[in-house]
Ligand binder design. Sequence first.
Ligand code: ZN
Length: 221
Amino acid sequence: MKKYLIIILLSFFVTLNVVSKNNVDETKKVVALTFDDGPSRYTNAILDILEKYNVKATFFVIGNKANIYPKTLNRIIDMNSEIGNHSYNHKWLSRLNDTEFLNEINKTNEIIKNITNKDLKLLRPTYGAITRKQRKLTNLEIVFWDVDTLDWKIKKVSTIVNRVLTKVSDKDIILMHDTYERTVAALDIIIPKLLEQNYQFVTVSELNNIKKLEKNLDEYL
Ligand code: ZN
């Protein structure tokens, strides 16, 4: 029994090491920037800033906007950032019946696959609302957030920046929207500040993998 435990432990350490070699520096804190409701005319400016600091993020896109910005969506993928599903029409998902819900999700999956050739893995429910039954209807991983910038409501860039810097901690997901000019300005301050504080930026799927591996390790240690 002990032998098996050691083998299991070793395999987890090896996997953790592979993850760290590819993506993650274990000596640093991690954070995932997420942008909802795009793509929009501001998404490219967001990507310019991510490129400037050589960091990545996750974009939860609305399906009905995808065909307006196909180049932007492919740029997200080329920059090793991630695209997630944020429904097709931005309806309240929890108020839809099963067919309507699946339609909202599947249409966006298909349109993104057609443009980027990528299968989506993540779903951020509109307004953070999804029923228990709906969760079972989809294979997508449901993603909420830890730090809400309220960038859709707060107009002052410094207030948005301060909200993030005072609230953020290791392994947090930050919620922003790539649909406002002020978000672009705030991001250009937030990223260098977090880099100074020894954060590294990962996609939501990478963050989920880190959390899963750590949970597995905790269970065996
Ligand atoms: Zn939204």
